[in-house]
Design a protein around this ligand. Structure first.
Ligand code: ADP
Ligand code: MG
Length: 163
């Protein structure tokens, strides 16, 4: 059968490359899609989320959800749920009932997802954004479960011709 875990690396030279990855993943997204983002402050988690939302057809301005924790947006293709759990304890996060979002009608992005790893769905796409000098970012994708593992194979195949 298909592997239930696969990885891919996307080398972004600049913000446009980061946005291109986000657009491609938005093209694969469906209701119930969960992207678990990690990376230092300023890595580009929110920038990635903004490009993802735009590609889902979200017309509203997508801001950093650091203070709102969870923000819901309407999108032409599906709703977009944007979370930033940096300020939450796992106990506080548990009370939010995140499963209603993860298994809901939209696609979810969680910034600082590893802080609430035990609350994430078993199947998800983990995305680690690492600084690689100036505007360059090394973006490591790990698909856990299907369809995410297959997505990594797809991204790996098309990653070379993005420029
Ligand atoms: P985070 O949400 O991870 O804290 P933000 O997305 O808020 O990070 O900020 C990322 C910052 O880095 C923005 O100012 C953005 O313009 C800049 N930037 C430079 N290069 C890139 C890149 N390749 N990808 C994403 N953001 C980049
Ligand atoms: Mg952010």
């Amino acid at each position: 059968g298909r592997p239930d875990r696969a990885s891919a690396v996307w080398e972004a030279r600049n913000e446009r490359d980061t946005a291109e990855l986000a657009r491609r993943l938005a093209g694969l997204a469906r209701p119930g899609t969960v992207l678990a983002l990690d990376g230092d402050l300023g890595a580009g988690k929110t920038r990635f989320s903004q490009a993802f939302a735009e590609a889902l057809g979200v017309k509203d301005v997508v801001n950093s959800p650091t203070f709102t924790i969870i923000k819901e947006y309407e999108g032409e293709r599906m709703p977009f749920y944007h979370m930033d759990v940096y300020r939450l304890s796992p106990e506080e996060a548990e009370e939010l009932g995140l499963d209603d979002y993860f298994f809901g009608d939209g696609a979810t992005i969680v910034e600082w997802a590893s802080l609430i790893r035990e609350l994430l769905p078993d199947e998800r796409l983990e995305i680690e954004i690492e600084h690689a000098g100036d505007d360059a970012r090394r973006i490591v994708l790990t698909g856990i479960g299907q369809p995410y593992a297959s997505w990594c194979a797809t991204i790996g195949q098309i990653g070379d011709d993005k420029h």
